[in-house]
Structures are given as structure tokens and as C-alpha cells.
Design a binder for this molecule. Structure first.
Ligand code: DC
Length: 224
């Protein structure tokens, strides 16, 4: 049996996770939020009071880390860190920075690569991340690069955080978005970039419904 894989890459706040989840639901595929996996590593490193930029120290911690991903009845992808459900905790803004920092380390990327590929070998997937079309699934059936201008992405993230009770200002969120973009685009290994054969979708001027429709159209055109 052959599986279909849809790679959805782009910077944070482009609407990837919401759109990817909806697309997976529509198609009946497994949704894989790879950012959540990096966030789980970030949380682990934070809990061990380890500097997320220290490659050797972070690498030494990976041996004691067991990550499991499970889609539960609510349709949400839950993340388990050594058996503990950390789905809520990995969304803290502080963990975003930890995730971004550890994701620049080669041992961390190597540790997670096989886990991601295995999911695509055993399911039809919509996988969202930064390097899915370029590194993780270079032969993905459909590749889409989703983006929006930083101000729009920051505003979306700010609204989302506010809904969860976070009081960070819009300016603060914008600074974080810009800093994380920089970090994700300029790292030496698997930087955020559009794959040559990816279709670009800019959602700056589109609301969720419009973005969702545009995305589905791109996919239908490729897989019929
Ligand atoms: O998508 P997100 O904001 O949850 O991702 C958190 C961090 O993880 C992000 O700053 C970059 C990193 N990441 C990555 O390097 N590669 C991926 N495939 C997904 C996320």
C-alpha cells in the first residue's frame, strides 16, 4: 500500500498548524505537528536546567528522553515526555525559544528524523514543520510553503496567546517572531527555506477559510 504525504513548511504564525489539521481532517490523513516534537525536546532541556545552545550537554540528555505522539479522541495530537502528557506545557512562549535553539543542533535533528519518516512510511500524512519538504520527506507527494508577513503572523500568535491567558504585548510577540525567524532561517543545518518544488501560499491577505480553500485547491490539483 502506498501512502500520500503532504509537506507543509513555513515560519511560525503562518497558520500552518490550524490549516494542516483541517486539511488532514478533510482528507482523513494523520496530522503530524513536528514543531510539537521539537518543543518536547525543548521542554526536557529546560527541565534539566541545560543551556539549549550547548550541543554536547543537550546531546547527552537525549539518551534519557522518550517522546511519544498520540492522537487522542479529541482529535488533538498529544505529546508525551517520558510518559507524561506535556501537550499544554510545550506551548509556553519560553519553550518556543528553547525549541528553536535545540532544533539548530545536529544531534537533535538526527534523533527526530527517523521518528518523522517512520510516521510517513506507515500513514498518509499532512506533516507540518520547517524542513519537511527539504529534508524529512524530500519525495513528498505535495509540498507547500506557507507564509505571511511578520506583522500578520505576530498578530495571529498574539491573539492565540491572549486567548490562553498570556499577557505578552503585541510588540513583544512581534520581536519573538522576528528573532525566531532569524534563528530558524540562518541555522547551518536544515534551515527554514522553500523547497524548489514547493508551491508558495502567502496567507497575509487571507482569512482562515480562504487560506483553507486555497490550500485544498493546491492539494487537489496535485493528487486529483
Ligand atoms: O512550529 P513551532 O513553532 O511549534 O516550532 C517550534 C520550533 O521548532 C521552531 O522554532 C523551529 C523548530 N522546528 C524545526 O526546526 N523543524 C521542524 N520541522 C519543526 C519545528
Amino acid at each position: 500500500m502506498s501512502f500520500v504525504s503532504i509537506a507543509l513548511d513555513g515560519p511560525s504564525g503562518a497558520g500552518k498548524s490550524t490549516l494542516a489539521r483541517r486539511l488532514a481532517e478533510t482528507l482523513g490523513y494523520l496530522y503530524v505537528d513536528t514543531g510539537a516534537i521539537y518543543r518536547t525536546v525543548g521542554l526536557w532541556v529546560r527541565r534539566q536546567s541545560c543551556d539549549p545552545g550547548e550541543e554536547a550537554a543537550v546531546s547527552a540528555l537525549l539518551g534519557r528522553l522518550e517522546i511519544r505522539m498520540q492522537v487522542e479522541q479529541d482529535g488533538v495530537q498529544h505529546m508525551y515526555l517520558n510518559g507524561e502528557d506535556v501537550t499544554g506545557q510545550i506551548r509556553e512562549p519560553e519553550i518556543s525559544m528553547y525549541a528553536s535553539a535545540v532544533s539548530a543542533l545536529p544531534p537533535v535533528r538526527a534523533f527526530l528524523l527517523e521518528m518523522q519518516r517512520q510516521l510517513a512510511r506507515t500513514h498518509s500524512v499532512v506533516m507540518d514543520g520547517r524542513d519537511i519538504g527539504t529534508v524529512v520527506l524530500p519525495d513528498a507527494t505535495v509540498k507547500i510553503f506557507l507564509t505571511a508577513v511578520p506583522e500578520v503572523r505576530a498578530r495571529r500568535r498574539w491573539l492565540e496567546l491572549r486567548e490562553r491567558g498570556n499577557t505578552d504585548s503585541y510588540e513583544q510577540v512581534l520581536q519573538d517572531v522576528i528573532r525566531r525567524d532569524e534563528q530558524d532561517r540562518n541555522r547551518a543545518i536544515a534551515p527554514l527555506r522553500q523547497a524548489e518544488d514547493a508551491v508558495l501560499l502567502d496567507t497575509s491577505g487571507l482569512d482562515l477559510e480562504e487560506s483553507s480553500r486555497a490550500l485544498l485547491e493546491i492539494v487537489k490539483e496535485k493528487i486529483g
